[in-house]
Write a protein that binds this ligand. Structure first.
Ligand code: G3H
Ligand code: 13P
Ligand code: ZN
Length: 316
């Protein structure tokens, strides 16, 4: 059942974080639903512009609608990840999405507020909620590429002003993470001091942590052993999620780790079975492995075993 992101935030705030997982295809969709049900967790499906363009935006909608029928016990929200203004309006008009992210973080403070406010007005008129971003994460995604030296941590006082003036419903904050598989070069780590200050300025307000894949070293080693070349890949320590949740982080974004599972499964499978060309064989393994990965991640986020509480809250 698709619910509003706002309800999930109400259930989780200060206690745990909801896993926001990026998906792009059928195998991820199946693994995602199975993993969340295995761990009895509410979740957020994230669709990026890259995902909408990988096949067609209608395809992602159709896959999720089918999964909702196959798994009627699941409770989840559908969220546009890193939207530009035009894509936000498209999603708001689709009557399918629960929430959108307007990512105007590369604009000036004033322009970021103005753009976010326009999207907020359009979204609220249709009952959707809006995530905005202040500060800049480092790293690479399809539409954004920020060098680590260009990354900027969120200023807590500006965060308060930004939320008040833009009317956004949740805020993505830059506290040291970056997108992709190569985080924390040098001695960087999460800036909990900055996060605590943001929470002090915005008590009770849902914060979002992007770039939160853990990039497990075991996964990287298996990929490299099977022919990959991911040198120096590093991620966020998942044992820090609960501390972040206590400080107001209510949504934690994970994409890269799921891609690493896909890469490991396929590299290992075809290396071990060079005679096979039936892609359904590694595809099935991937669905199982992705489901196990999601269930394990939800334990770290604290969202595992929260499904029944959320069901009561949404009254279904
Ligand atoms: O933060 C960005 C997500 O990882 C989406 O990546 O734009 O390559 O789909 P993408
Ligand atoms: P990762 O690259 O760490 O998985 O971050 C994903 C993300 O922030 C999606 O918006
Ligand atoms: Zn992101």
């Amino acid at each position: 059942m698709i619910v509003t992101t706002k309800k999930l935030f109400e259930a989780a705030y200060g206690k745990y974080a909801i896993g926001a997982y990026n998906i792009n295809n059928l195998e991820q969709t199946m693994g995602l639903f199975r993993g969340n049900l295995m761990s009895n967790a509410p979740f957020i499906i994230q669709i990026s512009r890259g995902s909408r363009d990988y096949t067609d935006k209608e395809m992602m909608q159709a896959l999720i609608t089918a999964a909702d029928k196959i798994f009627p016990e699941a409770i989840f929200a559908v969220h546009l990840d890193h939207g530009d203004e035009a894509t936000c309006y498209d999603c708001i008009d689709s009557n399918f999405y629960s929430s959108v992210m307007i990512d105007a973080s590369s604009e000036s403070f004033e322009d970021n507020i103005a753009t976010t406010k326009r999207v907020v007005d359009a979204a609220h008129a249709k009952g959707l909620v809006v995530e905005a971003e202040l500060g800049q994460l480092g790293g690479v995604e399809e539409h954004v590429n920020v060098s680590e030296s260009g990354a900027k941590l969120t200023d807590p006082l500006k965060a308060k002003e930004f939320v008040e003036r833009s009317g956004c419903d949740s805020l993505a904050v830059a506290i040291g993470t970056s997108h992709g598989a190569f985080k924390f070069s040098g001695s960087q780590s999460l800036h909990f001091d900055v996060l605590a200050e943001i929470q002090k300025q915005l008590p009770g307000f849902p914060l979002v942590m992007h770039g939160s894949s853990s990039v497990p070293q075991e996964e990287v080693e298996r990929i490299n052993k099977a022919g990959g070349k991911l040198l120096g890949a590093k991620g966020v320590d998942a044992n820090q999620f609960k501390r972040a949740a206590e400080l107001g982080v209510t949504k934690i974004n994970i994409d890269t780790d799921g891609r690493l599972v896909w890469t490991r499964v396929h590299r290992e499978y075809f290396l071990e079975h060079p005679e096979v060309f039936d892609f359904r064989k590694p595809g099935k393994i991937y669905m199982d492995e992705y489901a196990k990965f999601i269930a394990a991640k939800n334990e770290k986020l604290g969202s595992a075993n929260q499904l029944e509480e959320v069901r009561k809250l949404v009254g279904k």
